[in-house]
Write a protein that binds this ligand. Structure first.
Ligand code: ADP
Length: 519
């Protein structure tokens, strides 16, 4: 090439490269494809173009390619099958571009198309994947040279990045639209907060409970703003403000007095790529109906137990009178009346128990004492030893509470809660089973746990056993009870800002435990 020619080519190619780099600015797939094909044909003076989009991209690209092809100055075709031993197959296998100088002499040109003598074929590669192949043709032999091959390779490389960017952009947009639809269709309330507790995303249900009219009115609000709107958000603020070690999921109930509604809240953290907390997801499920039902049930039982006690007293009284009046030798009458009396007394003690639980629930905690948890656990175990031994259980206690700080708690209720869990373990474990008590403290929490090798509880019953009067059918037949114990323990532990938990497997045994905050 002579000097002026060389200079002319260089300027022309620089222009071309500048045009190629423009590709990266486009965000529309159709525009990118159109631009790439125009540039490719123009830069090497091709007479025809064929384009082979690789399988994964085939469906998304086909329509666009047809439209794009119509706008091209040169004839354009889409290839969807790769013939064996063809140039296309060679390029796909080798992930390299190549030229056929003369179609008549190169076996790799397997097409029958007349009037094609030179072919230039180049892959579009992204991260080692061939996403497409372009074939440019000319009716003269030896039309294309290595310089053309380099030019088209540069265009293909840039185009691959541009296509990938557009593809990712489209995918993210589609995902965002899908997410939006899901979020808006959700009846549960959803908030996403960033690591500082600022609202970055919420759904319509969330906008509604905040009493706002548009999503935009809520963006940028902080948790404290939420607490100002409704006190039900109070439990969220401390979870964001403090470091919680490895805990990243919380579940609690909250009530909005403003809306007169109850919510089950699930809160979890999400992490960025460095595994640091990037924000929080809060999902709130409306459980008002369920809570109303429980309140109604408890109220009904409370009223019923009050009202049932007087007729019961009458029954017992009259039974006594019958006994007094009945002839002493009429054993039958005495036997029948004794049965009536016994039944009435059983009923009375059941009602008494119900009222006792009700009283405990409704009286404030006695928080005058700083209690010694090590002592409490030891006393509980000593008191229950006879019960455990009566059933010949293997018993083990592991108490690691030396120097545990004293805490302000209701001594009677905490002791009863521990007793209740151990009594249940003894009760629901057949004779000669295993019962273990463990108590320790770590990370500002006192932990208490009772495991047994008893009958266990199936997964379907587990969510309900902390509700009052809930008893599992199989165990009802074997052991007496009211179904009030665990609901009371749950109530007591919650009021001490701790948590009661259970793990159980039917036929294998159960572990009940709770923790209490030490500060
Ligand atoms: P109660 O023991 O008076 O029935 P609770 O409220 O203490 O009432 O327990 C509720 C139900 O949970 C029990 O009826 C029983 O079905 C089940 N349960 C409690 N503790 C255990 C345990 N350790 N093993 C198996 N089932 C248990």
């Amino acid at each position: 090439m002579s000097q002026p020619d060389m200079q002319q080519t260089t300027f022309k190619d620089l222009d071309l490269l500048a045009e190629v780099s423009e590709l990266l600015k486009l965000s529309d797939l159709e525009k990118v494809l159109n631009h790439v094909l125009q540039l490719a044909a123009k830069s090497v003076g091709a007479e025809q173009i064929r384009f082979y989009p690789n399988e994964a991209h085939w469906l998304t690209w086909t329509n666009l390619l047809v439209d794009t092809g119509r706008l091209l100055d040169v004839p354009f075709g889409i290839v969807n099958t790769v013939k064996p031993n063809s140039l296309l197959a060679w390029v796909l296998d080798n992930k390299l571009g190549d030229i056929i100088m003369d179609a008549d002499k190169d076996k790799r040109w397997v097409e029958s198309t007349a009037g094609i003598r030179s072919i230039l074929c180049v892959p579009f590669i992204y991260e080692d994947d061939v996403i497409a192949v372009i074939t440019l043709t000319h009716s003269q032999p030896e039309h294309f040279n290595d310089y053309h091959l380099s030019l088209i390779t540069i265009i293909a490389n840039q185009a691959s990045i541009a296509l990938h960017n557009v593809h990712s952009f489209n995918r993210i947009q589609a995902q965002q639209r899908q997410l939006q639809v899901i979020l808006q269709a959700m009846t549960d309330v959803m908030f996403v907060l960033n690591e500082n507790g600022k609202l970055i995303l919420l759904n319509d249900a969330a906008v509604k409970i905040l009493g706002l009219s548009k999503i935009n009115d809520a963006r940028g609000m902080t948790v404290l703003n939420l607490v100002d709107i409704d006190g039900m958000f109070e439990p969220v603020a401390p979870l964001i403000a403090e470091e919680f070690g490895s805990q990243s999921d919380w579940s609690f109930e909250t009530r909005s007095e403003r809306l007169q509604r109850d919510y089950q809240v699930r809160m979890s953290t999400w992490h960025d790529t460095q595994q640091t907390v990037a924000g929080y997801l809060i999902v709130m499920h409306d459980i008002t109906t369920l809570r109303d039902l429980h309140r109604f049930k408890d109220e009904m039982l409370r009223v019923a137990s009050h009202d049932l006690r007087s007729p019961l007293a009458l029954i017992t009284g009259y039974a006594d009178m019958i006994k007094l009046d009945a002839p002493e030798d009429d054993e039958d009458i005495h036997e029948y009346v004794d049965i009536i009396k016994k039944s009435a007394e059983r009923m009375d003690s059941l009602l008494e128990e119900m009222l006792r639980v009700e009283r405990i629930r409704n009286t404030p905690l006695e928080l005058h004492e700083q209690i010694d948890l090590e002592q409490t656990v030891k006393i509980v175990i000593i008191n229950l030893r006879p019960l455990i031994e009566a059933k010949q259980h293997r018993f083990r206690a592991d108490i690691r509470l030396k120097d545990i700080p004293r805490i302000k708690a209701d001594p009677v209720l905490i002791r009863q809660s521990m007793e209740n869990l151990i009594t249940n373990a003894v009760k629901y474990t057949p004779e000669k089973g295993r019962v273990e008590v463990e108590a320790w403290y770590a990370e500002d929490k006192f932990q208490f746990k009772v495991s047994d090798s008893g009958v266990g509880i199936s997964a379907e019953h587990l969510p309900y056993i902390f509700e009052s009067f809930y008893r599992v059918k199989q165990t009802v037949t074997t052991e007496k009870g009211t179904g009030l114990g665990l609901s009371l323990v749950n109530n007591v532990i919650e009021r001490h800002h701790g948590e009661l938990w259970v793990k159980s497997q039917l036929g294998r045994g159960s572990t009940f435990g709770f923790w209490l905050p030490l500060n």
